[in-house]
Design a protein around this ligand. Structure first.
Ligand SMILES: [Zn+2]
Ligand SMILES: [Zn+2]
Length: 503
């Protein structure tokens, strides 16, 4: 077996790791690069032939893990995508949404290209590719061992990061030698509303682990959420609205659950809350379909007859007209809208109508990436451009960081130390270089052996040889040209690798 690292290697987005064993190729996730990574690494490039991929084992529905599956299909992939039932449903909604965003961006890009005398280009994929790709999806329950072929079986356990998100445990049997590989994917934050805490893996020989917040601690979630109640009360007293830019899937449902709790427990009066995002509305429906994945607290509420994602004064807007009607509301409304970083979608309209009013509040509840409108506002800009117009930033700006979907440094450390047997090698992915460096130092100090791959690096369990960037092409060529690497004695293989590097 060998593992090649492509996406989310030395960055956060584009998760994609390729396992090669016998004549089979399995991808762990096939995500989209976002933001700066998309520019630097390019979503058009696969470093393997999509036709050669037999399976995609998908950890969860977030676009940075699932977003390139329709493109993989477009380029010839016809294997199976395995994921939990909730991930399947969420992917249907999120990938369709992603295709529409790609189409929209492509139209805009082509208008510019044509003006510059260049040929128009195709979007990465279209809604039809999503529909076709979705037919390859096959649902799997948590804790169910699935044998994909002789010598390779896996099961999902709850990662507590998003509805249906999974840690993948893989048992490989290579020439009668067993080895266990664990892929943490994104690990949930403790006490995320609705979701269970991440499950622990008992053991792993090799662990591929995320490190998003490997250098940071979150503020306490509870304290942060109490702020939300006060912000709403104070803003309404001033005669304004509360605008919450929120990721449509996950964060919005966590907010609804929290608001439901406040209203049911009389901590907050019955205030009108509007969810203004078609994707958020659709994902709330999917969350309601999969109550069985909810945590104990939410299950108790359901059993007591309360719907944890609904209260009397909650409204979902549907049409564009309904959305526009919200612009006329001057006070006393909580409006939750996407996108979470204010880059696209209906939130921009709500900011245009409320950001300049000192009586209003804007509450950020998610990470704001550099270069986004959300980040500019959080960083204290006095005025921002929205739809070509300068809008003054007079509203109160709040940032509630405790609602992160990712475990922080402590959470990551607790999770890995929850393993009864230390992995022989920890491979850190899904983190920027600073976070990875800091988390590697922590793990090193605790006696772990840690590897941080660059894109294209290869890991061979047993040989434990890792290709550094300057030599990895030579090694990749060698490994691809060998008949049966897995059966070869490891010292023989090492010798070949050494010769290849020195050639
Ligand atoms: Zn995620
Ligand atoms: Zn992720």
């Amino acid at each position: 077996m060998k593992i090649e690292f492509y996406g989310a290697a030395a960055c956060v987005t584009g998760s994609c790791h390729l396992i090669k064993i016998y004549d089979k190729n399995i991808l762990l996730d096939c995500g989209m690069y976002q933001g700066i990574d998309a520019k630097e690494r390019g979503n058009e490039v696969f470093n393997f032939n999509p036709k050669d991929i037999h399976y995609v084992v998908l950890s969860h529905a977030h676009i940075d893990h699932s977003g390139r599956i329709p493109y993989l299909y477009k380029k010839g992939f016809r294997g199976k995508v395995l994921c939990t039932e909730a991930t399947l449903d969420l992917c249907a909604a999120m990938l369709a949404d992603s295709a529409h965003i790609l189409l929209y961006e492509n139209e805009w890009q082509n208008k510019r290209r044509i003006r510059q005398g260049q040929k128009p280009i195709e979007p990465l994929y279209a809604p039809e590719d999503v529909q076709s790709a979705m037919r390859l999806f096959s649902p799997v329950s948590y804790n169910e061992w699935i044998e994909l072929f002789e010598g390779f079986k896996f099961r999902f356990i709850d990662a507590g990061h998003l509805l249906g998100s999974a840690i993948t445990e893989i048992m490989v049997n290579e020439h009668r030698k067993e080895c266990k590989l664990v892929y943490s994917s994104d690990l949930g934050n403790k006490d995320i509303p609705l979701l269970n805490d991440p499950e622990f893996s008992e053991s792993a020989d090799y662990l591929i682990m995320e490190s998003t917040y490997g250098d940071r601690l979150h503020e306490k979630g509870e304290k942060e959420l109490d702020h939300l109640v006060n912000i709403i009360k104070e803003t309404f007293k001033r005669g304004g609205n509360v605008i919450i830019p929120s990721f449509a899937v996950g964060r919005t449902q966590e907010l609804l659950y929290t608001l439901n709790n406040y209203i049911e427990n009389n901590l907050l009066p019955t205030v009108p809350v509007f969810v203004d995002s078609p994707l958020a509305t659709e994902s709330t429906r999917i969350f309601n379909k999969w109550h069985k994945y909810f945590d104990e607290e939410a299950t108790k509420l359901i059993n007591s007859g309360d719907d944890p994602l609904h209260f009397k004064s909650l409204f979902f807007t549907r049409s564009a007209e309904e959305s526009m009607a919200l612009n006329k509301l001057r006070k006393g409304a909580v409006i939750i809208s996407a996108s979470g970083m204010c880059e696209a979608g209906r939130i921009k309209h709500h900011l245009k109508h409320n950001l300049w009013r000192p009586e209003c509040s804007i509450v950020f509840v998610g990470y704001q990436a550099e270069g986004t409108l959300g980040r500019t506002i959080v960083d204290g800009a006095k005025s921002v451009k929205i739809f070509g117009e300068n809008i003054a930033v007079n509203a109160e700006i709040h940032s509630l960081s405790g609602l992160s979907g990712h475990a922080d440094r402590d959470g990551l450390e607790k999770w890995i130390n929850g393993m009864k047997v230390k992995p022989k090698k920890v491979i850190l992915v899904h983190g920027d270089r600073e976070a990875q460096k800091s988390f590697k130092e922590l793990l090193d100090s605790q006696g772990y052996s840690v590897f941080v791959p660059n894109p294209g690096d290869i890991f061979i369990p047993g040989v434990d040889h890792i290709a550094e960037s300057s030599t990895r092409d030579k090694i990749k060529f060698l490994l691809d040209s060998l008949e049966d690497v897995d059966a070869m004695p490891k010292d023989k293989l090492m010798e070949l690798i050494r010769n290849a590097i020195n050639s």
